[in-house]
Design a protein around this ligand. Sequence first.
Ligand SMILES: Nc1ccn([C@@H]2O[C@H](COP(=O)(O)OP(=O)(O)OP(=O)(O)O)[C@@H](O)[C@H]2O)c(=O)n1
Ligand SMILES: C[C@](O)(CO)[C@H](O)COP(=O)(O)O
Length: 238
Amino acid sequence: MNLIPLPEFWAVIPAAGVGARMRADRPKQYLRLGERTVLEHTLGCFLGHPTLKGLVVCLAEDDPWWPGLACAGDPRIARVAGGCERADSVLNGLLHLLELGADEHDWVLVHDAARPNLSREDLDLLLGELAEDPVGGLLAVPARDTLKRVGKDGRVRETVDRSVIWQAYTPQMFRLGALHRSLADARVSRVAITDEASALEWAGQAPRLVEGRADNLKITRPEDLEWLRQRWGLGSGD
Ligand SMILES: Nc1ccn([C@@H]2O[C@H](COP(=O)(O)OP(=O)(O)OP(=O)(O)O)[C@@H](O)[C@H]2O)c(=O)n1
Ligand SMILES: C[C@](O)(CO)[C@H](O)COP(=O)(O)O
């Protein structure tokens, strides 16, 4: 039982991707999942949380779908333009928080728009476990399958020791100033950054892994959405 009160936090939701791997008629964050879109479900994981200070969603500059969402006029949601890569979108979101007057010591949680199945339990687990952490960290799950390193010929090069391998999920939770500086420096140095933790790692920090639910999956390919629709008891086309 965690007796430390949950910390206040800001949320940045990168939602400016094109969803190429989904091969759909629109970016995957705008595909339907029951009565709402994937993005609306993801935003709903945070809106209404008692310690949320504010939320920024990063949208493609030519995004024609956002205005059609019921939450488009929600005053709790700030919008910024996304960037070429996910890290650029996140950086724009962090900059906007600073412009809003957020303190550099405030906690910020970055969560993929494409992960609509985040549970409240996992969100509160992350907040509670990292509330007093000196670095921050992320939800993650230990590897469950045997892992192989592959050669250029598509054949196995080695079996990887999976006891020390975890899959990084989101939200990823860091202090606003530290994340902004690390991410900005990494982008200037052209370091490949695919999640927030890797920017902190590049800056010499060791983020903490907090084990969460494996069903907090990122909708990436068509079968991911099919699986989640079935999990939620929805029809294949819902
Ligand atoms: N320039 C980008 C690229 C991605 N994202 C967001 O980052 C999250 C995770 O990225 P990913 O799953 O790779 O989404 P896409 O880039 O849209 O997918 P793909 O690589 O298949 O095009 C998604 O919510 C996506 O909208 C973003 O905000 N800005
Ligand atoms: C941030 C992330 O979801 C952690 O696993 C992942 O790195 C996003 O990668 P993508 O290629 O941008 O989907």
